[in-house]
Design a protein around this ligand. Sequence first.
Ligand SMILES: *Cc1c(COP(=O)(O)O)cnc(C)c1O
Length: 395
Amino acid sequence: MYGKMKDDLRNTLKELKKQGLYKTERIITSAQGAEITLQTGETALNFCANNYLGLASHPEIVKASQDIMNDWGFGLSSVRFICGTQQIHKELEKKVSEFLGTEDTILYCAAFDANGGVFEPLLGEDSAIISDELNHASIIDGVRLCKAQRFRYRHSNMEELEKCLQDSQSAKYRIVVTDGVFSMDGDICKLPEIVELCEKYDALVMVDDSHATGYIGDSGRGTAEHFGLMGRIDIITTTFGKAMGGGNGGCTSGRAEIIEMLRQRSRPYLFSNTLAPATVGATMKAIEMLSASSDLQHKVMQNANRFRSQMEAAGFDLVKGDTAIVPVMIYDEPMAIRFADELLKEGVYVIGFVFPVVPRGKARIRVQLSAAHTFEQVDKTVEAFIKVGKNLELI
Ligand SMILES: *Cc1c(COP(=O)(O)O)cnc(C)c1O
């Protein structure tokens, strides 16, 4: 049997390569950080990690995860409801709730699982989910796993959102779901308008704050804090795999009864292993560090602002925004790939994003700043962009 499938797979893989859609993985031979080592032995400044606060290899985070393992072991070999709930899992849930200003929190092994398991237990076919067209793949998959009616509005288009809310009035429950920060454009959702519309039309609000938790908002509590809307979001999902240490794990946080029901019915929670103690310890330490000081949040935004202003002055076309994601528009697909390759030769590691990850003709290099970057490293990266941009006659 496999012979047939093997031929098909080989052909499809060949086709992907031909279309330039085949993903190769660059192998890193060091820890994650502002500067990384590649397999060639060369070092590069890393500007494509979600390591917004520079916690991925921070000594305090590493130590916290080592220390907690000494007392609580490596793993639990169990799901939460059998024998996989340690006191530290409850402590982390409490700390996340305090940090996000919510009533309760349920942990998952990934934000992908949080989104995969949030809709089906809460919404049946008599309900409706209204979703921004650029929402993360895990939201789309979560929606697919439930029987609720589906509505979609064009990215951050509030007239279309209102139309969806009008068209779904017969539904028993409605929920509007949006990414807090959108990963490809680095823009923040229009949360004040969304909350206002949801109040007007009696719908719930859900925000996936994976690209925001830890550094958006004055003390890093995310999109709701940024807009002064803490306590008014019904459901927040987020990851610990980006700003919050970059390991893995995620959660759903919000109204007490919703979280209680998820513990009863959410399939990725019920049928997947508990979060490993090392991750729990590191995430608790990250929250503790962020609660004690906002220095890292300020540093990453200073770096982002510095990079933005220098790049604009040099004549690059950036997508405007207030986050640490700075898309440098190249438009042409092969040129974006080439630009990134040339930057690597200058010691700067970034990725060119092309169709189908972004729309056709909107190819870009997505630069992500980190609190781990020094001003010197940011400036060096701008210089490399200018050099390559001039060589390729883009500026
Ligand atoms: C990264 C991301 C996820 C997935 O997070 P994991 O914890 O790695 O599964 C989910 N939603 C959004 C918006 C993301 O950016």
